[in-house]
Write a protein that binds this ligand. Structure first.
Ligand code: MD6
Ligand code: FE
Length: 218
């Protein structure tokens, strides 16, 4: 469904969802019913490819712990940011992307106005209180025509969404468990980040927030 659709369907879209910018939408609660199963699948992935704190090219340890599933995984080390088919920690391919993950990402992209999304990478982020992601652009993917689909699970977070220049002051949005952001088109390279996570206790994830970010990397 397109966010611009008129009539009754358009009104339904408007009720639950929010347009962040040209090409970027927030699909409130889209993953809520899947949250339990998504977390169970995440648990299996992490048993094979554990969370780790990657090192930025500048030599800093990231406060967000990360892992991946899919044919390509996002990695950072002193050499830079890139996608790699092999997990540098285990020296094995990343776990495959569960069909539950893929199907949710495709459905969300479709609802955001991007049909035919074929994600090959899912970056999994784990935030604990205080963990944050400074403003950045997602630009390590080969093809910027594909959108990014981002699924929030667990503790709430403040998502910062700015413009094409770092200097533009970002808007802030509260993301709850089950909310999905879809990004693409004119806003594909907008700066965005996550403010330091506040303390809390989610009935399912305890003191963590998880974020699944689907991309077409290769
Ligand atoms: C997060 N998300 O929500 C971090 N990137 O934990 C991202 O960095 C992100 O949510 C591109 C598109 C959507 C996102
Ligand atoms: Fe990002």
């Amino acid at each position: 469904m397109s966010p611009n659709q008129g009539g009754a369907i358009g009104d339904l879209f408007a009720e639950r969802n929010e347009v962040l910018a040209d090409g970027a939408v927030l699909l409130r609660g889209l993953a809520r019913d899947d949250a339990h199963d998504l977390l169970a699948a995440l648990h299996d992935i992490v048993s094979v490819a554990p969370f780790r704190h990657m090192i930025t090219p500048g030599g800093y340890r990231m406060s967000v712990a990360m892992t991946n599933c899919g044919t390509a995984g996002w990695v950072s080390d002193k050499q830079g940011y890139r996608y790699d088919a092999i997990d540098p920690e285990t020296e094995q391919p990343w776990p495959s992307m569960p069909s539950l993950f893929r199907n949710l990402a495709v459905r969300a992209a479709d609802e955001g106005g991007y049909s035919d999304f074929e994600p090959d990478a899912c970056l999994i982020n784990r935030y604990e209180p205080g963990a944050r992601l400074t403003l950045h652009q997602d630009k390590n993917e080969r093809d910027f025509r594909a959108p990014i689909v981002s699924v929030s699970l667990g503790l709430p977070a403040t998502f910062q969404f700015g413009g094409l220049r770092r200097s533009e002051r970002p808007q802030r949005y509260k993301l709850l468990s089950g909310d999905v952001a879809v990004w693409g088109g004119a806003s594909r390279r907008c700066f965005h980040g996550v403010a330091p996570l506040a303390k809390g206790c989610d009935p399912v994830t305890g003191e963590f927030r998880f974020n699944l970010t689907f991309r077409k990397a290769l």
